[in-house]
Design a protein around this ligand. Structure first.
Ligand SMILES: Nc1ncnc2c1ncn2[C@@H]1O[C@H](COP(=O)(O)OP(=O)(O)O)[C@@H](O)[C@H]1O
Ligand SMILES: [Mg+2]
Length: 372
């Protein structure tokens, strides 16, 4: 399906790929991981031929349709459902042609092809994808322009899923999804009938939707079979072996070197010293990935706070005197560990801003906050 062969590519003199190769077989579901800024998005651009390689080759099977989500989705007046339906350009153009075609043979061909691609069930499929990504029946009939950028990204995702390309490239799709949307996408991708490569930091997606992990590290690509947890275990084990081999080699080198140092000047042992020097020279250094070297950082210890850290009763918060949340009664203590869930646009960020003192509570609210 996709063969990447010994590629080289740099941005502004900084090499991102050097001698990177990987072969992705047809139908594989691949999670693409690697530290931020190492070139994952760039590889997608290279695959799409939007950037040119400096060396090596990327071969894609003939006739393969590649699909991905655009960075920005314009807010047109077309309804969400129609936007998704139009994403399948073949269906759209066949339907348009069917309106005007007069030649009986061509009409038959069009109808046959429409039947082959299951065009008549298209609306149902498009609608169920939109539903999975959080759009109810009412929203599906609304124009794209009625939705904000993040929601429009979901429409674009729905479109590409509906168009069902042979090679689906997704760049951190759960970034613009909520929990329900992300879980829906996981199961959709797991059943996707063609090849998928998805960049992600989402462990759930990487464990449940994909069957192999593509790792970008030290400008090279490695494909691991299995999900993310398997990848993490395999990799930890490999690193441990490499480190222990490297330590053993270091000990051996030191041993040989000390022999050389002691006997180099002695005529009777000069030949043995020479041969040991050769052995040292022949040793191939065992390298462990440089990116694997952990960068340690620490958080400063906070001062003791007296409980409760936050206590509010019947508070309201919002913007321009319009409350987004009201009747907020809650108490947060030192040892609480809280996950904040809710649909997009319901006020999670607003609540966070209130808790962080970035927004003031609105009239009539009692809001006690312990100062550190
Ligand atoms: N258009 C650009 N111009 C200059 N530098 C870029 C451009 N696009 C990406 N880069 C740089 O290339 C590197 C790889 O970027 P990217 O492929 O986006 O990484 P990733 O997706 O793995 O986070 C980063 O250091 C980024 O700053
Ligand atoms: Mg990226």
């Amino acid at each position: 399906m996709l063969r990447i062969d010994d590629i080289r590519f740099a941005i502004e003199g900084r090499p991102l790929f050097e001698g990177a190769s990987v072969n992705i077989p047809d139908g594989h579901k691949v999670g693409f991981v690697g530290r931020n800024g190492t070139g994952k998005t760039t590889l997608f651009n290279l695959i799409r031929n939007e950037l040119s390689l400096e060396g090596g080759n990327i071969a894609i099977n003939k006739g393969v349709r590649i699909g991905g989500v655009a960075q920005e989705v314009p807010g047109s007046e077309t309804s969400l459902l129609d936007t998704v339906l139009e994403a399948d350009t073949e269906r759209a153009s066949l339907l348009a042609e069917a309106e005007t075609a007069t030649e009986p043979g061509r009409i038959a061909d069009i109808q046959m092809r429409l039947a082959d691609i299951e065009a008549w069930s298209a609306e149902g499929r498009a609608s169920s994808i939109l539903k999975g990504l959080g759009f109810g029946t009412k929203e599906q009939a609304m124009p794209c322009s009625a939705f904000s950028g993040g929601w429009r990204m979901r429409v674009a995702l729905a479109g590409v899923l509906f168009a069902e390309p042979d090679l689906l490239l997704l760049d951190e799709p759960t970034n613009y999804l909520d929990l329900e949307g992300a879980l829906w996408l996981e199961s959709y991708l797991a059943k996707y009938p063609h090849t998928v490569i998805t960049i992600s930091h989402d462990r759930g997606l990487l464990n449940r939707a994909v069957t192999s992990i593509l790792h970008l590290e030290d400008r090279k690509l490695t494909l691991y079979q299995g999900n993310y947890d398997t990848f993490a275990e395999t990799r930890t084990a490999r690193l441990a072996v490499a480190e222990s081999e490297s330590r053993k080699q270091e000990a051996r080198r030191a041993h040989l070197q000390s022999f050389v140092d002691r006997f180099r000047a002695k005529a009777s042992k000069a030949v043995q010293a020479q041969s040991r020097m050769k052995m040292i020279a022949k040793m191939k250094p065992i390298t462990t990935p440089t990116e694997a070297a952990l960068k340690r950082f620490t958080f400063p210890e906070p001062e003791e706070l007296s409980p409760p850290i936050i206590n509010m009763e019947s508070a309201s918060v919002g913007y321009n005197d319009k409350p987004v949340l009201s009747k907020l009664s809650l108490r947060i203590d030192q040892d609480d560990r809280i996950a904040l869930l809710g649909m997009n646009g319901e006020g999670k960020s607003t609540l966070s801003k209130l808790l962080a003192d970035k927004l003031d509570p609105m009239g009539g609210a009692s809001h006690a906050r312990t100062q550190a």
